[in-house]
Design a protein around this ligand. Structure first.
Ligand SMILES: *[C@@H]1O[C@H](CO)[C@@H](O)[C@H](O)[C@H]1NC(C)=O
Length: 150
């Protein structure tokens, strides 16, 4: 409700500016600005568990062969499936998306290249190397982390 009201207020400002300006904003100018606003609102930081997996056991859901040492991230099946474009998981829009992971040891950027069937909505599953650098020894198994898309 609050969001809708502020969008309406923004639109009201944009249309009054547009009406008063010598060269009015084109409809595409207006929609680009609106889209950025909307994106920032949605892409907020989330908290979830981080685990690791043998990423080089086979093809990832994105259809890639990756190394255990790569900065590969698998997002939850719920997230992955919500960005599917067709029946082929390799075509998923989320593939290649950059993701900023804030672990207990440091912050690193990885890339979404896989789907994690056992993850809850905001969990991530990563390569052994990424887990070690963000969290510590593989024996820790699971920790909490915050992350966002960048
Ligand atoms: C990937 O790393 C894990 C953890 O060290 C290891 O268990 C697994 O065998 C590695 N995979 C391959 C294919 O080497």
């Amino acid at each position: 409700m609050k969001f809708s009201a502020s969008v309406l207020a923004l639109l009201a400002v944009v249309s009054s500016v547009s009406a008063a300006a010598i060269s009015p904003l084109t409809p595409s100018d207006v929609s680009v600005a609106g889209t950025e606003e909307y994106t920032h609102t949605l892409e907020k930081r989330v908290n979830g568990d981080i685990t690791w997996y043998d990423a080089q056991a086979g093809y990832t859901a994105c259809g890639l062969l990756v190394q255990n040492t790569s900065f590969t991230v698998a997002v939850s099946a719920a997230r992955y499936d919500s960005t599917a474009v067709d029946g082929n998981p390799n075509h998923n829009r989320i593939c290649g998306r950059k993701i900023r992971l804030r672990g207990p040891l440091r912050t690193l950027d990885g890339f979404v290249r896989d789907r994690c069937a056992g993850c809850k909505h905001d969990d991530v599953d990563v390569t052994p190397t990424l887990f070690q650098q963000l969290v510590g020894p593989l024996g820790l198994g699971r920790r909490q982390i915050s992350w966002d898309f960048v």
